[in-house]
Ligand binder design. Structure first.
Ligand SMILES: NC(=O)c1ccc[n+]([C@@H]2O[C@H](COP(=O)([O-])OP(=O)(O)OC[C@H]3O[C@@H](n4cnc5c(N)ncnc54)[C@H](O)[C@@H]3O)[C@@H](O)[C@H]2O)c1
Ligand SMILES: [Zn+2]
Length: 361
């Protein structure tokens, strides 16, 4: 079983990745010791596909298990739903000898993790991510959060899980668009940290990966390793961790300029990565051929490399709105080559506008 071990400060935990690993939950949980019960947090679709299997395995291993279903969608990452989880935890008598298990995508993981971090000042937390994005990104790194009407992820904490269990077989039921969206983050890891990984991805395609759970398992493992390495070096996001934002500056501006309805997060990041590569080229960091390699890999995974019908002034104002909140110039994460990025503030508004015009069709 491929295992990725993550060390953050005093806290060590393991990310287990294997097709079929959902059924190892009981055995893995026993290895953590001291835990006797579990509250599984999921949604109806995921419960139908995997919830029974997971709870059956837990019950067979001797755990007391309760399961709570929340509605799918970003709106569930709210204080209201967190409160319902607290209510449920109190009603079932959940204590520090029990764990909260997040079975789902990033929405479930972030919300259940936030509740685990705060209920009784913290109870054991296990992530069983079921979207590609959650498997390679949100379940690694220990950021948990809920949304506030004034902004996404405004209320949150750094709270590391006790373990992460990834079963690539769960991806078989994931809608194609969600699958591709997760691939954008996978491609990001190649560009920011690993040339060889970028080449591996170039040799595969959507069909070869999505139909081969062992291969996708390897890809997930490498992605987790890269994210874990970055997070280990910078748990509380003071410096290095910023490189994970590659492609996200323009990506976030596109998402907010379109009211978070037009693009999935990964699609917006895909366009943002092409934009960042072009800015790197214009700064003399990257040659045109490498920009093309990046663009063509993104297209190979059926992700967008252009946008249309969005006013460039609107995008620019969203870019600078974020900048104002941070109280300084935009810090761009730009590739110096494929496999290495650096941070710079030396990008003019004129350069940005030129790149946005190129990205717009
Ligand atoms: N904590 C972090 O570091 C971090 C990082 C990135 C993103 N996030 C957060 O993650 C969230 C997005 O996560 P997401 O992309 O996983 O979206 P999501 O959790 O909304 O899941 C996407 C959709 O897929 C469905 N689904 C999940 N697994 C399935 C499966 N195996 N089969 C069929 N359907 C399935 C869900 O019901 C949902 O409708 C956002 O709230 C974002 O802020 C957090
Ligand atoms: Zn992202």
């Amino acid at each position: 079983v491929p295992e990725v071990s993550v060390d953050v400060g005093t806290h060590q935990y393991t990310i287990y990745i294997a097709p079929g690993s959902l059924t190892h939950i009981g055995q893995r949980l026993s290895a953590l010791g001291e835990i006797t019960g579990a509250l599984v947090v999921t949604n109806p679709i995921i419960r139908q596909n995997y919830g029974e299997l997971l709870t059956d395995c837990l019950v067979a291993a001797g755990y007391t298990v309760e399961c709570i279903e929340l509605p799918p969608g970003e709106a569930t990452k709210s204080m209201e739903w967190a409160m319902r989880l607290y209510d449920h935890a109190i009603a079932m008598g959940l204590d520090r000898k029990s764990c909260i298990i997040a079975l789902g995508g990033g929405v479930i993981g972030d919300l259940a993790g936030f509740v685990a971090a705060t209920y009784m000042r913290g109870v054991p937390f296990v992530q069983v991510p079921t979207t590609l994005l959650a498997q390679v990104d949100s379940s690694v790194g220990g950021k948990v959060a809920i949304n506030h009407p004034q902004g996404k992820n405004l209320i949150g904490a750094f709270y590391q899980p006790n373990m992460v269990l990834i079963d690539p077989l769960t991806l078989n039921t994931l809608p194609q668009r969600e699958w591709l969206s997760g691939m954008a983050e996978v491609i990001k890891y190649g560009i920011i940290a690993d040339t060889d990984f970028f080449d591996v991805l170039s040799q595969e395609n959507v069909a070869s990966l999505s139909r081969n759970s062992a291969k996708i398992g390897e890809i997930i493992k490498r992605s987790c390793e890269i994210k874990a390495a970055v997070v280990n070096a910078d748990e509380k996001e003071t410096g290095l961790r910023m490189i994970l934002n590659f492609g996200h500056t323009i990506g976030h501006a596109l998402e907010s300029a379109t009211g978070y309805t037009r693009y999935t997060h990964g699609e917006a990041v895909a366009i943002g990565m092409v934009g960042a590569a072009m800015l790197a080229r214009d700064s003399g960091w990257l040659d045109t051929a490498k920009v093309e390699c990046i663009r063509s890999l993104i297209q190979q995974y059926q992700l967008p490399v252009h946008f249309n019908g969005i006013d460039i002034n609107t995008i620019v104002s969203h870019l600078y709105h974020d900048k104002k909140k941070e109280g300084g110039a935009i810090r761009w994460v730009l590739p110096r080559s494929i496999g290495q990025v650096a941070i710079t503030k030396e990008v003019s508004e004129e350069q940005i506008r030129a790149v946005l015009a190129d990205l717009s069709t």
